[in-house]
Design a protein around this ligand. Structure first.
Ligand code: SF4
Ligand code: SF4
Length: 231
């Protein structure tokens, strides 16, 4: 038979096998051997975990009958917030949509329109120039990471602790603006309505507006059926 050892590199022929990690430099076996009791109970040692668990309090939760509160900063369903007079904080800038790594947000902005109804005015929904006319979050895509709320310049978008985001069909998991808007608290009026008289956009962000005024109440548009459902 041919001797192929001559074809092998010299260092391969001369190299010794690497030393065992359990042996000292003198060749002595340093691996720690289990004691007599450890060897005796080794076959049933795994049952110890099961046995001890019998004496611990159960962690099973009878959901949905029993609901455990989340951590206060848990990232759940989003909310579009309002100013104290009910105007929306969202200015339709789309920064949240651009920040979203899952492409789960769709926003269309529009101009606020203070013209009278007779002249075709569509009303004011936020202080300043623009508002979010269409706002959708697709909870089939959302991973609840919170990057969108970090990107929002007006704190219009925040996240609640609500986590029951499941449904029997895909369409109902695309939430529209009217589903995401915060409810009207005391002192708020549903937009569209004008800003508080004498206030500018910056006054809203400086906390100078605390509630809707009677002038706003008298100017509230009753001809707009439901905010956030514009065509
Ligand atoms: S929480 Fe994350 S994934 Fe969900 S909409 Fe916001 S940025 Fe997108
Ligand atoms: S929620 Fe915030 S970031 Fe998104 S469009 Fe509205 S103002 Fe801009």
């Amino acid at each position: 038979m041919a001797d192929f050892s001559a074809d092998r590199p010299a260092e391969a022929k001369d190299s010794a096998p690497p030393p065992s990690p359990n042996r000292s430099s003198s060749g002595e076996d340093t691996e720690k051997r289990p004691g007599f009791l450890a060897e005796l109970f080794a076959p049933v040692a795994g049952f110890g975990v099961s046995f001890m668990t019998q004496f611990r309090a159960p962690v099973t939760v009878q959901y949905p009958e029993e609901k455990v509160p989340t951590a206060p900063r848990f990232h759940g369903r989003h909310q579009l917030n309002r100013h104290p007079d009910g105007l929306e904080k969202c200015v339709g800038c789309e920064l949240c949509a651009w920040a979203c790594p899952a492409d789960a947000i769709y926003v269309e902005g529009a101009d606020n329109d203070d013209r009278p109804v007779e002249e075709g005015g569509t009303g004011r929904f936020s202080p300043g120039e623009r508002y979010g006319r269409v706002y959708q979050i697709n909870y089939l895509r959302c991973i609840l990471c919170g990057l969108c709320i970090e990107a929002c310049p007006t704190r219009a978008l925040t996240m609640t602790n609500f986590y029951e985001l499941a449904d029997a069909n895909r369409a109902d998991l695309i939430y529209e603006k009217h589903q995401l808007l915060a409810p009207l608290d005391e002192g708020m009026l549903a937009p569209p309505h004008p800003m508080v008289a004498g206030m500018e956009e910056r006054d809203y962000y400086q906390g100078k507006v605390t509630a809707a005024t009677p002038e706003q109440a008298s100017a509230t548009r009753a001809d707009v059926p439901a905010e956030g459902e514009g065509a």
